[in-house]
Structure formats: C-alpha cells, structure tokens
Design a protein around this ligand. Structure first.
Ligand code: ME8
Length: 518
C-alpha cells in the first residue's frame, strides 16, 4: 500500500477576490502534491475557503449583501482560480458545508469532554482583520495613537461572555512535542518564533462569540458561535471524514499543512493543542511560507493593493506564472514579483533554454528522420557525460524538492537544461546531418533521453507544458521511478513511435516595461 500523504493549504477568507498570495500558496502546495504523487504516495490534497467570522460579517454589511451570498460569490472566485491555475486538489472545502459543522461540533464536544472548555468573561483586544485576539504586551502604537497588532492591523477592545479553551494547560505538552518533533514547524526561523512565544507562557484562549451569529453554533450553548479559527482549523479533519471515520480517515494525521508565515501561531500552537485535547493525532508538519510582496509591500485585500493572479495567468500563461513564483520567491522567504520579472524569468529558463532545446531537437527529428526515433548511431563519451550530468541534476531536484528546497531544486534542474544546451551547441547535429549522419543519430537519441528526464522532473511545477512535451515524445510513465528506467529508449523506439512536427511549448513572452514607481 502506498503511504498516505495528506497536504493542505490554508483555507482562504473569501471577503474579496483572491490575490497573488493565495495563488502562490495553492501553486506551491499543488507542486508538492504532484511531486508526491510522482514519488508514488497516496496523495490527498485539500484547499478551500474559510467563510465564517466577523470579517465576513462586516464586509457583507459594507456591501449591503447577505453574508451567505457574499460567501457563495467570493468562494466561487477561489474555486475558479484553483481550476485556472491547474491546482490538482482532491477537494475544495467550504466551511459552510453541513459536514463541516458536524466535524467542528464533534471536536468541540471532545474538547469539552476533556474538561478543557469553560465559560467566562472575555475582555481584551481583537483584530477583525486577523480574526485574532492579542495580549496587551504584543501591541504597538500606530499613527494617532491607535493600537496595532503584531501584524500591523488595528485592534479593538471587546468584552463579552465566551467559552475559553485551557490553552495554558498545553504549554508544557506543546514544548515537549516540539522537542520530540524538530521537523514539526518549518522553516527553522518560524520554529524559533513559535518556541519563543510558547516559552513566554500561554493564556487560555477565548473560543466563542456572542455578538454575531455567522459561525458554527456551539453545541448546547445558545447564542454562542465558535471563534472562527476553531472551525477553520477543523476543516483539515472534515476533509478526512471526521468524526465518522471511513475511507478517508487514512489521511489523518496530515503530512503537511502549507500556510503563510502570519498564521503559523494558529497552526503550530492552537491547532496541536486542540488536537491533543480531543485525543487526536497531530499533523506531521506545518510549513510557514513567506509573503509575495508588491514592490516590497505586503499585499492584502484589506489594503487594496492586490494583484489579480488571473490577469497574470492570462498575460503570461499559467505555467510561466507557476514557474516564476517557485523559482524567484525563495520557498520559506518573502519575495517580490512584477510582471516584468515574470516574463524575464519565463523567457530565460522556459522559452529560451528548455523550450528551445526541445523545439530544436524535435523539429529536427520530425523533419530529417521523418519523426522516427534516432538509431544508436556512433556513440561518444560526451553522450554518457551529458546523461550523467542531467541525471545528477534531476536527482538533486528530487532530493531538494522533497525536503522543501523548492527554489534550489529548480536551480538544480536548470543545470541539467543548461548542460543539454551546451551539448547541442557543441555537437551541432544540424551540421552532422551531412558530414556524419551516424554521429548525428547518437546525438539526437541522447537529447531525446535527456529531454524526457528533464520534462518528467519539472512536471509538478509546469504540469501543462511539461505534460505536452512528454505527449510529443510519447512518454507514458511520468513517475520518479521512470527516471531510473534505462531501458525506456530502446523499448520506445521498438514500438515504432514517431515524433510529429512539434508546436512550441513555451511561447516567448513580450517583456513589459517596468512600471513607474508609485
Ligand atoms: O489567514 N503572500 O486566510 P487569508 C503569500 N482564513 N501568502 C499570503 C499573502 C501574500 N501576500 N497574503 C496571504 C486566513 N497569504 C485564514 C486561514 S487556515 C485554517 C485559515 C496567505 O485569506 C496567508 O498566509 O487571510 C494564508 O496562509 C493564506 O494566504 C490565506 O490567507
């Protein structure tokens, strides 16, 4: 049986249309999901929308629409985006689903049965934008004396009777858990932040609200809805059939929660504490990625400086956008994007290097060999040397990508592509056609082998384009195991497969002018 691998993104607030940060998170998680499928794991991949909470209520009020209508409309934009960006999720979850209410009420009940919930009066600071409670000592003062959260969002004083979760009780169990599971919070910098926060002491957490009703009702407590983060985090369990069990329950605990750095505390502190309380297994890993910045500034729906990922996909193509985000924004760090940077990166690596390599080789074979797979010809040590270099580069990709080195993995992959381009220029098969056709066959055969390896390797990042390239080559098995299949070429040639005249896979993009500084 293949090892289950459950990967999730955060579920996104649909209080506005998705921005490039949301696209980034979905794309990265999708690439990892695809990679794990190639590695032979039994992957389950979930994304979705987080539709309750005060922020949704306030946005709906401002727009003068019922909150459910707002949620339905906006959630649709997120699922459309997932489709457009080729996100291979098995489930797009919405927290308004009845099944999710049941799961949230079940975990609540389990925490209550554990004696971890009690009623008390809450008085403290709340940020609607973050949907988070903060302690006085965490706040800073902004312009005009307004108090700001550590995320820089305004906080307001709230006072109401609420349910509390005994978070304080879990301080030591959490610290013990982090110590025993050093890979639980990644990257290292986020782990250190969390350790400092928990070591500083945990106070009990307010987990219900009475001032509005847009949320999951607290079982047996009229007038209370769950604090949005309780229900939001539970989406990961809902997706595995909790509390009923069943076939999907094999996916719990999750292998990886992919989330942004601003919500690490919820995933690495509150979530494992809730799960411990409910007697459930803890996820294996929480990865806090960095932020996509627009000219060095944070983007958010509330700030209104968002980039529309759909427009970028239309302008440059989905695969160019996917490749850029994973290649140019160091995985785990913040990074900036601009339309110009996307086009430059896509042209340099995809069109001019990889695409051009494949196009030149396949078109030449289609034209001069009538598409037949080149024969063995006359080999040369340069051929084996190229295949060794490409093999190592791709093996390095697999090693790095499997351990969250996404950006470095792409650099390693490019080294293989670069070696192919050097080889094709040095061997110049077009010249050999007249002078040494036997040698030409060996060169072209070597290139086909190398291109196949590079295309299989890069498939999780640019699935449509690399998939089309593998179609042109007639490659069926696209798994990691296929990378080690030395017999593929001979077996494929023996089928009589012919390469058709190829259409370019990575169009060269027009480079936009740099936009003037704002
Ligand atoms: O936090 N760059 O939802 P959200 C990269 N509903 N990632 C970004 C980003 C940016 N500029 N802006 C946001 C929520 N993100 C909750 C999550 S999970 C149980 C509930 C990331 O719509 C952000 O870090 O505000 C988060 O991981 C995700 O997008 C959704 O953010």
């Amino acid at each position: 049986m293949a090892e289950p691998y459950y990967i999730t993104t955060a579920i996104h607030y649909p209080n506005g249309k998705p921005h490039i940060g949301h696209a980034y998170e979905m794309i990265a998680a999708d690439a990892i999901a695809r990679f794990q499928r190639q590695a032979g794991r039994d992957v389950r991949f979930q994304t979705g929308t987080d539709e309750h909470g005060l922020k949704m209520v306030q946005t709906a009020r401002d727009r003068g629409v019922p909150v459910r209508d707002l949620a339905d409309e906006m959630s649709g934009y997120f699922s459309d985006m997932a489709q457009r960006l080729n996100i291979s999720c098995d489930r797009f979850i919405r927290t308004v689903e009845p099944e999710h209410y049941r799961a949230s009420q079940a975990i609540w009940q389990a925490m209550q049965d554990a004696g971890d919930l009690y009623l008390d009066r809450y008085e403290g600071w709340y940020s609607v934008r973050d949907e988070a409670f903060y302690e006085e000592k965490e706040l800073t003062e902004g312009a005009g004396g307004i108090k700001l959260s550590p995320q820089g969002t305004p906080v307001e004083w709230t006072a109401e009777e609420t349910w509390f979760f005994r978070l304080s009780k879990y301080q030591q169990p959490l610290l013990d858990f982090y110590a025993a599971n050093p890979g639980f919070i990644r990257p290292e910098s986020r782990r250190n932040e969390v350790l400092r926060f928990v070591e500083g002491g945990l106070i009990d957490l307010s987990v219900s609200r009475t001032s509005f009703d847009w949320g999951v009702p607290v079982p047996g407590s009229d007038g209370h809805v769950m604090y949005v983060w309780v229900d939001a985090l539970t989406n990961y369990l809902t997706g595995t059939g909790y509390p009923d069990g069943g076939e999907l329950s094999r996916y719990w605990p999750a292998a990886s929660h992919i989330i942004g750095k601003d919500i690490v505390r919820f995933h690495a502190v509150y979530w494992p504490a809730f799960l411990m309380s409910a007697g459930l297994a803890l996820p294996k890993e929480v990865f806090g990625h960095g932020f996509v910045l627009n000219r060095g500034e944070k983007m958010s729906k509330s700030l209104g400086n968002v980039a529309d990922p759909m427009a970028l996909a239309d302008a440059f193509g989905v695969d160019a956008l996917r490749y850029f985000l994973l290649r140019d924004i160091g995985w785990g760090q913040d990074g900036s994007y601009s339309p110009r940077a996307i086009a430059m990166r896509a042209n340099a690596d995809l069109s001019n290097s990889f695409g051009n390599l494949a196009q030149r080789t396949l078109a030449f074979i289609a034209k001069n060999l009538d598409g037949a797979m080149p024969g063995a010809g006359r080999g040369d040590p340069a051929d084996a040397a190229l295949l060794a270099t490409v093999g190592e580069a791709n093996a390095e990709f697999v090693r790095l990508f499997g351990d969250h080195g996404l950006t470095q993995a792409l650099e390693a992959w490019m080294r293989g592509v670069f070696a192919c381009n050097q080889y094709i220029d040095a061997q110049a098969p077009w010249a050999l056609r007249k002078t040494d056709p036997e040698r030409m066959e060996a060169v072209l055969g070597t290139l086909i082998r190398a291109i196949r390896l590079c295309a299989i390797t890069i498939l999780p990042v640019v699935p449509a384009a690399a998939g089309a390239m593998l179609d042109q080559l007639g490659v069926e098995d696209r798994s990691h195991a296929a990378l080690a299949d030395e017999g593929w070429y001979a077996a494929h040639a023996a089928t009589g497969f012919r390469i058709a005249s190829p259409t370019p896979i990575f169009p060269r993009l027009e480079i936009p002018e740099e936009e003037p500084a704002a």
